[in-house]
Design a protein around this ligand. Sequence first.
Ligand SMILES: [Zn+2]
Length: 119
Amino acid sequence: MSKEEAGVKKAAELLRQGATMLDMACPICHMPLFKLKNGDIVCPNHGKVYVVKDEEEEKKITISMSLDTLEETLFKSMTSVVEKLKNEPMDSDALMQIIRYLDAIERIRRIKSISKESK
Ligand SMILES: [Zn+2]
């Protein structure tokens, strides 16, 4: 049995054990990597591998996704306050709320641009 066949066999075994195939390849043998139920990332040929860079990348993506969601949520909430303001243009509470929303959105955008620059 060739090394490649052994890897494929091991990969099938990992899947049977409930591991999920990742969208990443082993840096050494280029076999797809698998994530075990306990969170370990393994290569069918090399066993446990550490993909620190990808995890960092994943973390960054997660952060930017949650920032997007936050920004969207703030916008939606702000829209409802703007609607309120249309009926009562002198509602200073509503004005203060909008300023706070804009402030928060500005901060989110600043964080997003910083995390993009560091790439
Ligand atoms: Zn490998």
